[in-house]
Design a protein around this ligand. Structure first.
Ligand SMILES: Nc1ncnc2c1ncn2[C@@H]1O[C@H](COP(=O)(O)OP(=O)(O)OP(=O)(O)O)[C@@H](O)[C@H]1O
Ligand SMILES: [Mg+2]
Length: 245
């Protein structure tokens, strides 16, 4: 990745495999690369070197359109900055991914999901009149509503009070258990991290904890395999790949 200061290596030595239905927390200091890693797993950022495989599909072997379509079908993404569409109401924001899939019941399902996150009274409101926590809940509802195979959430409870955060976390773990959704959460909250089966720790762009055990079995059909670095990959028996700048 380049900016005015030239080339900057943000992530390296990242290699891990998550099984279908697993939950993982990505933890680490501010600036350690958590959001960047999440974007790469979603195929929103492209690594300079390396691969991400989901259920056997190499994300970066797809062209941009195919990747976008694949993402819409398989992945729910909650951005750190919410990224709601300003000219759509809360309900319309949540209906959008369902409409893109051509679902006739988009309105009912979106309404139900907003009820789940406690926003039944806010369906017709635009993002600019919603509080930060309310916007975060709309963003969560939009990500959940398609029942994605993988849910990627960047500090999903960062703007929520304790009780609402609990409700949202419960929703995520319910999705994980009932729909088999693989969860990958960025969090600074130790209690939330501890509720995940895996804790992936980043330090200055490197995976320093929670990688695959040396004896890890080969990834199953539904596995998520980001593999961005040769050394760690060799250690875990995965195909060596690249790093990410
Ligand atoms: N597009 C970009 N251009 C230049 N630098 C970038 C870009 N995106 C991210 N970075 C840098 O990469 C590093 C990792 O950023 P990232 O947003 O992934 O951190 P983070 O772990 O999510 O931090 P936080 O906890 O504060 O959200 C930071 O130093 C950031 O400034
Ligand atoms: Mg971040």
């Amino acid at each position: 990745m380049s900016d005015s200061t030239g080339r900057l290596t943000i992530l390296h030595e990242i290699g891990f495999t998550l099984s279908e239905r697993q939950s993982a927390a990505i933890v680490g200091a501010s600036g350690s690369g958590k959001s960047t890693l999440l974007s790469i797993i979603a195929g929103l950022d492209t690594p300079t070197r390396g691969t991400v495989k989901l259920a056997g599909t190499d994300l970066f072997a797809l062209d941009e359109d195919a990747r976008a379509e694949w993402r819409a079908r398989k992945i729910g993404f909650v951005f750190q900055s919410f990224q709601l569409l300003a000219n759509l109401t809360a309900l319309e924001n949540v209906m959008l991914p369902l409409e893109l899939q051509g679902r006739a019941d988009a309105r009912e399902r979106a309404t139900e999901m907003l009820r789940h996150v406690g926003l039944s009274e806010r369906l017709g409101h635009y993002p600019r009149v919603l509080s930060g926590g309310e916007q975060q809940r709309v963003a969560l509802a939009r990500a959940f509503v398609v029942r994605p195979a993988v849910l990627l959430a960047d500090e999903p409870t960062g703007s929520l009070d304790f009780a609402t955060g609990e409700t949202v976390m419960q929703l995520m773990f319910d999705l994980n258990r009932e729909a088999g959704t693989t969860l990958v959460l960025v969090t600074h909250d130790r209690a939330i991290a501890a509720r995940c089966e895996r804790q992936l720790r980043l330090e200055a762009g490197r995976l320093v904890g929670g990688g695959d055990p040396a004896t890890a079995p080969p990834p199953a059909a539904g596995a998520l395999v980001p593999d961005l670095e040769p050394a760690a990959a060799a250690a875990t028996g995965l195909t060596p790949a690249g790093d990410c700048a």
